[in-house]
Design a protein around this ligand. Structure first.
Ligand code: FMN
Length: 366
């Protein structure tokens, strides 16, 4: 277990429809004014990171999507300490362009940008923008080369690289990013290919919501593999947080979200992710075990079970830390209000439990 305080990130709602595929009322907006204010609230509340999303198209109600790198820059310009992680898809992006964009943003923002390299789940999106759709493990082979190229460009002069997907010859980027050795590199996915890639090249491994047992299995696998390469990987887990003064209130909100789920949109999303995972040979991809209810939060965020009173949630967060989690990536129904509530009511309890060295693993199981 890490001795550092567990960190918190929130999902930037830069796509319409919020973080749940449901017709429940949501006081969350995808526009920049709402998001600037949210970033400021989150920074004050104690969140270290914000994660923007990348979609070129998406069904399931995410009809409008702002681009992630430019949107992240706008949030950095509106804040002072928050780090913003921009999601990027190899394919549409190439590493030369991204390395340069991020180096510039890093220079302009005092070293507060990071990237989340996502390998893609939506074939229809790639087809729509004329990008070839690679098989599951090929997507990760490309992502790994992408990350190796980014690191090479950011850390060396005269960078040369001869891969199957990318090639560089004696390339020197100037200026390099402010952050040393380079801006942090996150990645998303939980299949074997995703875990292998994390163990070799990524700074952070982001995974879907899961039970502590499910997360522990991934942590153990990644850390054992990473040790072979002399590499260290930190772990971030998604959770849709519903914190209310009483557990009954929190559970009622979850029930309402599910009751008002849009079945057509959830099933369309389910079909797309199952298609994406089919080629993952071992069948352990992000959505391999997701039920209809799980899919209502599109990264299985209910499964982490951070739903209840501030005390219950704080205990479960500390228990996640005990299985090796370094960061909780949080989604909310009404972002601005709930990020503030989390900062006021939940986070101080987490810090108090950490200070007392408590772990309470049994409190996690629902
Ligand atoms: C925290 C997190 C954030 C993600 N963000 C995005 C995103 O913004 N855009 C995207 O197309 N995919 C995103 N993904 C999806 C992954 O890139 C990947 O396609 C998916 O997790 C399935 O991977 P797997 O089959 O290897 O488990 C995200 C995944 C996670 C866990």
């Amino acid at each position: 277990m890490s001795t550092s305080p567990i960190q918190f990130a929130y999902w930037v709602p830069n796509v319409s429809g919020g973080l749940v595929v449901s017709k429940i009322e949501q006081r969350t907006h995808w526009d920049i004014d709402y998001n600037r204010k949210l970033a400021q609230i989150a920074e004050r509340a104690g969140f270290a990171y914000a994660l923007s999303q990348i979609r070129f198209t998406a069904g399931y109600g995410a009809e409008y999507q702002h681009e992630s790198v430019s949107f992240s820059h706008a949030l950095l310009a509106a804040t002072e300490r928050l780090k913003v992680i921009a999601a990027v898809l190899p394919g549409p992006w190439n590493p030369a362009l991204l390395a340069k964009q991020i180096a510039t943003i890093d220079q302009l923002t005092g070293g507060r940008i990071a990237v989340n390299i996502v390998s893609g789940w939506f074939k229809g999106e790639f087809t729509a923008i004329g990008e070839p759709w690679l098989e599951h493990d090929e997507r990760y082979r490309r992502s790994e080369e992408f990350i190796r190229a980014l690191k090479g460009i950011w850390t060396t002069d005269g960078f040369s690289f001869a891969g199957d997907f990318y090639r560089f010859r004696d390339y020197t980027l100037r200026p390099k990013p402010l952050q040393k050795p380079h801006p942090e590199i996150f990645q998303g996915g939980s299949s074997r290919a995703a875990r292998d890639m994390a163990a070799r090249v990524s700074d952070w491994y982001f995974t879907n919501g899961n039970t502590p047992e499910g997360i522990q299995a991934q942590v153990d696998d990644i850390r054992a593999k990473a040790a072979v390469y002399g590499h260290k990987v930190k772990i971030g887990v998604n959770a849709f947080i519903i914190a209310r003064d009483t557990e009954a209130e929190a559970r009622a909100v979850l029930q309402e979200i599910i009751d008002k789920a849009d079945p057509e949109a959830v099933n369309a999303f389910g079909d797309a992710v199952k298609q994406a995972g089919k080629a993952s040979p071992e069948g352990e991809g992000n959505w391999a075990k997701s039920s209809f209810e799980d899919l209502v939060q599109y990264n299985d965020g209910f499964r982490t079970n951070l739903i209840g009173t501030p005390e219950q949630i704080a205990e479960r967060i500390v228990a996640l830390k005990a299985v090796g989690v370094d960061l909780v990536l949080a989604g909310f129904l009404h972002f601005q209000e709930e990020v503030a509530y989390f900062g006021e009511k939940v986070l101080p309890l987490v810090r108090a439990l950490e200070a007392r060295g408590e772990t309470i693993p049994q409190a996690v199981t629902a």
